[in-house]
Design a binder for this molecule. Structure first.
Ligand SMILES: Cc1cc2nc3c(=O)[nH]c(=O)nc-3n(C[C@H](O)[C@H](O)[C@H](O)COP(=O)(O)O)c2cc1C
Length: 399
């Protein structure tokens, strides 16, 4: 029989092992003090190393805003677990002495298929917020997508970036205010407009509600109640008349979306499509692209992982317009699998927020460096020197 001290020691070792695993690193329920804490971005071996540092620096309610799903947070998990159902089939005879991760998308050349998905209220994670992310994306050659709820004006973000931004819109129920938002994005040089259509209002973010208490005195200066106060907190709304806005969302019917598309010369991309039927309608209505996404599992508790929806959307679109995806991408292998299943590019959300919360711009840069290096490594090992070489034959669904 092992002694009490030995049992205690092995239990501690087991706990340390569990805590070090990416799965545990993605749950809310473990003690950050037990984890390995990196002191600088360079020390990170993978993106999960940023989690304890980021969480340690943030208000618990802001951490909950970052991580929350809806209901039981099962769709967040479904996004991640979806990738584990796919296996990679390597080809050993390719010349992989040079790996090229560049691609053409919406008329421009991008250096990486890993994009920074739109995230609102980034100042909750770091004072430099969108500016830090845009600078990091520029430094490492990734596309940055600005949320309409950015913490800096798109104009300021454009100055921190080195190319045209993509801009994500939540239309309000007032047409003039919606057009004003689009014009601000155009003036900032954005050339792609994403309309997010998976957020009709009313998602049940219990993890956030359990932790966040915007009524406490220290929260009040930033969380003044009311829709108009909420909108005005976002710099893009600074000089927009919101008097007639009664809702920050509106039904995403086609008559409305057609009108938005006709109102701008930016490429028109729909974010939040999860089925073949919806994808076909996007093509029929002249969308320039689709993003398969369930909002990182933050809207409907569908249990349908984004990667699980990818194949049917790609098949329905039949190559007519590019299909992108986001949700649950944590590893280079995930990026590879999404591309093999037909995505032209992928978005990451929470991973770059971990980097931002932990170390600001430097943290985001290191997250991008790690994910890009993992992708290049997987491409080499799988025998695909270019993105075009990554085809469905390189993955199989586990039976
Ligand atoms: C804290 C947070 C805020 C977000 N804000 C927005 C937003 O303003 N607009 C939007 O279209 N999507 C938003 N998203 C969804 C992301 O664009 C993206 O779809 C999702 O994060 C991808 O999943 P992942 O976090 O697993 O990578 C947000 C996601 C998070 C985590």
């Amino acid at each position: 029989m092992p002694g009490r001290a030995v049992i205690k020691q092995s239990r501690r070792r087991f706990l340390r092992h569990v805590l070090a695993s990416p799965l545990a690193a993605h749950s809310f329920a473990f003690n950050p003090d037990e984890e390995r804490r990196i002191a600088s971005p360079k020390e990170a071996i993978n993106i999960f190393d940023f989690i304890p540092v980021a969480r340690g620096k943030m208000l618990p309610a802001h951490w909950a805003y970052l991580e929350t799903g809806v209901d039981d947070d099962l769709t967040v998990k479904a996004n991640i677990e979806g990738f584990r159902r796919y296996q990679i089939r390597p080809y050993p005879f390719a010349d992989v002495s040079r790996i090229d991760t560049s691609l053409e998308l919406f008329g421009r050349k991008l250096r990486s298929p890993i994009l920074l998905a739109p995230v609102g209220n980034l100042r909750a994670f770091h004072e430099e917020a969108d500016l830090a992310c845009a600078r990091a994306a520029a430094a490492r050659g990734h596309q940055f997508i600005v949320s309409v709820y950015s913490s800096y004006h798109p104009h300021e973000i454009a100055q921190a970036y080195d190319g045209p931004l993509w801009f994500q819109l939540y239309p309000t129920d007032n047409w003039d205010a919606t057009v004003a938002l689009i014009r601000r994005a155009e003036a900032a040089g954005a050339d792609v407009l994403l309309v997010t259509v998976d957020t009709p209002g009313g998602s049940n973010r219990e993890t956030l509600r359990r932790t966040g208490n915007q009524r406490s005195p220290e929260c009040r200066p930033c969380h003044e109640p009311g829709l108009h106060a909420f909108l005005k907190r976002h710099p893009i709304y600074r000089d927009i008349d919101v008097a007639k806005v009664t809702s920050g969302v509106r039904p995403y019917t086609w008559d409305f979306l057609d009108r938005v598309r006709e109102t701008t010369r930016m490429r028109f991309v729909i974010k939040g499509v999860m089925t073949a039927e919806a994808a076909r309608e996007c093509v029929a209505h002249g969308a320039d692209g689709i993003i398969v996404s369930n909002h990182g599992g933050r809207e409907l508790e569908s249990l349908l992982g984004a990667v699980d929806a990818l194949e049917e959307v790609v098949a329905a679109v039949g190559g007519k317009i590019p299909v992108l995806m986001d949700g649950g991408i944590r590893r280079g292998t995930d990026v590879f699998k999404a591309l093999a299943l037909g995505a032209r590019a992928v978005g990451i959300g929470r991973p770059y927020l971990w980097g931002l919360g932990a170390f600001g711009q430097e943290g985001v840069e290191r997250i991008l460096e790690l994910m890009q290096a993992e992708l290049a490594g997987v491409m080499k090992l799988a025998g695909t020197p270019t993105l075009a070489a990554i085809t469905p034959q390189f993955v199989r669904r586990r039976t």
